[in-house]
Design a protein around this ligand. Structure first.
Ligand SMILES: *Cc1c(COP(=O)(O)O)cnc(C)c1O
Length: 436
């Protein structure tokens, strides 16, 4: 995919997902021939001359100024994620939460409102209800299992709907297409956190999403070594309708009155997120982390295949276990989300599942303390298998009622199944369950 070899070929070849995972955004370094992606560990970039500097600052030409705004290593990751999601533009951030902050910073004014699913990562529920609220961004959470709940919560100042397509920690598949229709009828974008699905299992733009966010920290990086986040824009949303998004349509004082949507069209959202929100809020991804995450993405398809297969086998094993009350995994026929899973995630229902242990909170604590191979920690998406008791960790800031609504009742154990030999995983869970 180097520039030379691409010259005589189809300028827009439709490469397969596995090819894009290895190559999208990358080419051998034109100066050194380096085949791996160079880590541009620099804060800043030399200008050609004063005129070049001025045109960069005016956004008249694209180029590197300072790593808070752009960095060539991070840019490869941005292009790779845009390629894998089939989006128009992408912007990396220092974490998944930082990416969410940048998205809402473009969309919201103080006093605006958005509607989110109740079935979200616990940290997102806290981000929305506490820190976003402090900035004057109001939100309502609704039970996402019925898409009509989103319509009922819309207000005149509602600027977006936010869901997870495969909700953590409950193993819940949301009827994304129906939620997208409701958002579009209201003239607002649908934002999908696709962290648990990854672009390998589900591509939200095919189902009507307008903006995708990922925590790259999880399956995309895949090795539990680097935090990162990304937003991807489909480039298809009409930001001018209804005058709801002044950041994109009104003159921007810090760029001599530039109007982003008028000037940049389908790139307006990702450019505004970079040169307004990332510029001022500052959560840039480090080039070193971008390198680790890019290396991880190369094997995303292989890892997801194995992790989904292992998760299915572990879920089947637990479902038959006498000390287990229930298992929630959309890949099981017993799951109420099985049919939606077949529609939205035909390649597999992901590698995260939850189960209820007989004996409630205390039994849950006992299991996480007695596993050997599973690591007891607050993360998902590692090559290693991970275990968590949400009620005593990630969801402990929430009331028992809110935690239960988010799928984190006292008896819930969450597993993120890794790439190990599946029999070893089953044996480890079996001995821990025996101690309850
Ligand atoms: C981890 C996670 C986040 C937050 O990402 P960070 O990289 O930890 O900031 C958001 N959504 C989901 C579904 C997650 O699993």
């Amino acid at each position: 995919m180097s520039d030379d070899s691409a010259k005589d070929k189809d300028p827009d070849p439709k490469f397969g997902f596995e090819t894009l995972a290895v190559h999208a955004g990358a080419a051998p370094d034109p100066v050194t021939g380096s085949r791996a992606i160079p880590i541009h560990q620099t804060t800043s970039f030399v200008f050609d001359d004063a005129e070049h500097a001025a045109s960069l600052f005016n956004l008249q030409v694209f180029g590197n100024i300072y790593t808070r705004l752009t960095n060539p290593t991070v840019a490869v990751l941005e292009q790779r994620m845009a390629g894998l999601e089939n989006g128009r533009g992408a912007l990396c951030a220092s974490s998944g939460h930082a990416a969410q902050l940048l998205v809402f910073h473009v969309l919201m004014e103080a006093g605006d409102h958005f509607v989110s699913a109740q079935q979200l990562y616990g940290g997102s529920l806290t981000q929305f209800s506490q820190s976003f609220k402090k900035m004057g961004w109001d939100s309502t959470t609704v039970d996402a299992r019925d898409p009509e709940n989103f319509r009922a919560a819309l207000q005149p100042n509602t600027k977006a709907i936010f869901i997870e397509n495969l909700a953590n920690p409950g193993g819940i598949v949301i009827h994304m297409q129906a939620v997208a229709d409701i958002a579009h009828e209201a003239g607002i974008p649908l934002i999908v956190d696709s962290t648990l699905a990854t672009p390998f299992l589900n591509q939200p733009f095919e189902w009507g999403a307008d903006i995708i966010v990922h925590s790259l920290t999880k399956f995309l990086g895949g090795h539990g070594n680097s935090l990162g986040g990304v937003l991807v824009d489909s480039g298809k949303f009409d930001w001018a309708q209804g005058g709801k998004f002044p950041t994109l349509t009104e003159p921007q004082p810090s760029y001599h009155g530039l109007r982003f949507y008028e000037t940049f069209g389908d790139m307006a959202f990702s450019i505004a997120a970079r040169v307004l929100s990332l510029r001022d809020l500052g959560p840039a991804l480090s080039p070193q982390n971008a390198f680790y995450i890019l290396t991880g993405i190369e094997t995303l398809p292989l890892r997801m295949e194995r992790q989904c297969a292992n998760a299915f086998e572990v879920a089947t094993f637990l479902e038959a276990h006498p000390k287990v009350e229930w298992v929630s995994y959309a890949g099981l026929k017993s799951s109420p989300y099985y049919d939606l899973g077949q529609k939205y995630l035909p390649k597999g229902a992901g590698a995260v599942l939850t189960f209820g242990v007989k004996g409630g909170f205390d039994a849950g604590v006992k299991i996480v303390e007695n596993v050997d191979l599973f690591s007891h920690l607050a993360n998902i998406g590692d090559t290693r298998s991970l275990i968590l008791h949400p009620a005593s960790t990630t969801h402990r800031q929430l009331s028992e009622e809110a935690a239960t609504a988010a799928g984190a009742a006292p008896d819930v154990i969450r597993l993120s199944v890794g790439i190990e030999t599946v029999d070893d995983l089953k044996r480890d869970l079996d001995q821990a369950l025996a101690q309850v």
